[in-house]
Design a protein around this ligand. Structure first.
Ligand code: CMC
Length: 429
């Protein structure tokens, strides 16, 4: 049986044979389908990329129907359970294999060698208004890094590329923590490279007068797992942005700033903040049925539910739900948990949600944990962006080195006016 698709154009009766590879046809092969010789040729219309593969990737695999997520082949549950550090998983995403002992030491040393930021970056951050949103500060500061490392534009030089990767993974927790301290009017805390990636971040966030910050091991482990779960998610909105911007061959700081901006929206990484606002709005268990009714009537969404790819329980949400119990054992239960559990219980039984295959996603429970650990709500998207930086960089690198890729430039179906003549002002309606 040939691996081809035969298409009959009923407008002309002509038949076309199109090759199939990986259960996919190339959209460009449709262009030979024409009515007249001088036609442009057929295109595929696919708003929001609902059924378009724009890349061949070896990084992350998702089976949305079965609720499977794997980084470089490793199930997310195994990575969350066995990886003692986020940096190991970042290495895996970027290099394709788990590091051996020596590679791990080198990688850690290289990243830790770049945790400090230039004092002028700090000054730049100090220039933000006292109440600046930490995600806005984070995005702008990432973009500003391109001015500190102008050599980063040499993206096809391997050594230069590696250096920017160390820098970016090393610096994002520092920038994030400085943004937080700024918004609280607290002095910035410099990195402590004796701590783990997550431990150092907690120290930069919460250290006050103590000479060495004592990291709570439960929080450190919880944050490590949350970082691992958020490290990559194949071609999501922000990663697609990273690839799209990167396809113009700009430096990776500018591309990452764009990706982080895409992440900020409430339909993407801003959802965990939106979940907590929603839980606040619901207020008490008694109000849950009325809220669900309103959602079903189209008066808003159940934030933290639904996913473009998962039509099953998000495997990350399962891990997070378990993690929540461990954190709440230390902090005491987040009072909003009961409302969240009741929402989930009703939604998993209700026909509206069942029919649409709407299950809790990664953001449904993560915000509750973050809040109990002392993070403010506006900081949640930043907590997502820190670990996702490794995913963005892995995709960026894969993209610019992929010979199939060119500058991202979709087509459009033009439905505006046909050519018409200039109308002088006194003749306009
Ligand atoms: N609550 C109520 N109804 C929903 C929800 C929801 N959360 N999500 C989807 N629906 C309905 C939607 O109204 C539509 O119904 P109908 O067929 O009657 O028009 C149907 O389900 C299909 O939804 P869609 O909007 O076509 O699905 P999508 O793939 O375009 O959107 C989504 C995916 C994640 C943007 C959406 O489910 C959503 O807005 N969820 C809430 C926000 C959220 O939790 N986002 C975090 C996503 S996971 C982390 C990340 O990616 O950053």
């Amino acid at each position: 049986m040939p691996d081809t698709l035969t298409i009959t154009d009923n407008r002309t009766g002509k038949q076309y044979e199109v090759p199939i590879e990986n259960d996919t046809i190339k959209a460009i092969d449709l262009r030979k389908i024409k009515v007249k010789d001088d036609d442009f040729g057929m295109m595929a219309y696919d708003p929001a990329f609902m059924n378009t593969a724009s890349v061949k990737s070896k990084i992350t695999y998702i089976d949305g129907d079965k609720g499977i997520l794997r980084y470089r082949g490793y199930p997310i549950e195994q990575l969350a359970e066995n990886s003692t550090s986020y940096l190991q998983v970042a290495y895996l995403l970027l290099h394709g294999e788990l590091p051996n002992q020596q590679q791990r030491e080198e990688w850690r040393a290289n990243v830790k060698g770049h945790t400090f930021i230039h004092e002028n970056v700090k000054k730049l951050m100090e220039g933000f208004r006292y109440d600046a949103h930490p995600m806005g500060m984070f995005i702008s500061t990432l973009a500003a890094l391109s001015t500190f490392y102008p050599e980063a534009k040499n993206i096809f030089d391997e050594a230069t590329r590696k250096k920017q990767i160390y820098r970016m993974i090393g610096k994002v927790p520092t920038i994030a923590a400085f943004a937080y301290r700024h918004s609280k009017g607290l002095p910035y805390i410099y990195p402590d490279n004796d701590l783990t990636y997550a431990g150092n971040f907690l120290s930069m966030m919460f250290k006050m007068a103590e000479p060495t910050y004592k990291v709570n091991p439960v929080f450190e482990r919880a944050l490590t797992i949350l970082f691992i779960l958020h490290a990559d998610h194949e071609q999501n909105c922000s990663t697609n942005t990273m690839r799209g911007i990167g396809s113009s061959h700009v430096d990776p700081y500018s591309a990452c700033a764009g990706a982080a901006a895409a992440l900020w929206g409430p339909l993407h990484g801003g959802a965990n903040e939106a979940v907590l606002h929603m839980l606040d709005e619901i207020g008490s268990l008694n109000n849950v049925p009325a809220f669900i009714k309103a959602v079903k009537e189209g008066k808003g969404k159940l934030m933290g539910f639904g996913h473009r790819v998962y039509k099953n329980y998000d495997p990350r949400a399962k891990v997070i739900k378990k993690l929540a119990d461990e954190v709440f054992a230390v902090t005491g239960k987040n009072p909003k948990l009961d409302i969240a559990l009741e929402l989930e219980r009703i939604a998993l039984e209700d026909e509206y949600f069942v029919k649409r295959k709407l299950y809790p996603n990664v953001d449904f429970y993560s915000g509750l944990i973050y809040q109990s650990m002392g993070f403010s709500m506006d900081f949640f998207p930043v907590l997502f962006a820190i670990p996702r930086t490794a995913g963005w960089l892995a995709h960026w690198q894969e993209h610019i080195l992929d010979p199939d890729q060119k500058i991202a430039r979709p087509r459009q179906i033009y439905l505006g006016p046909a050519e018409r003549n200039w109308v002088p002002m006194d003749k306009r309606k």
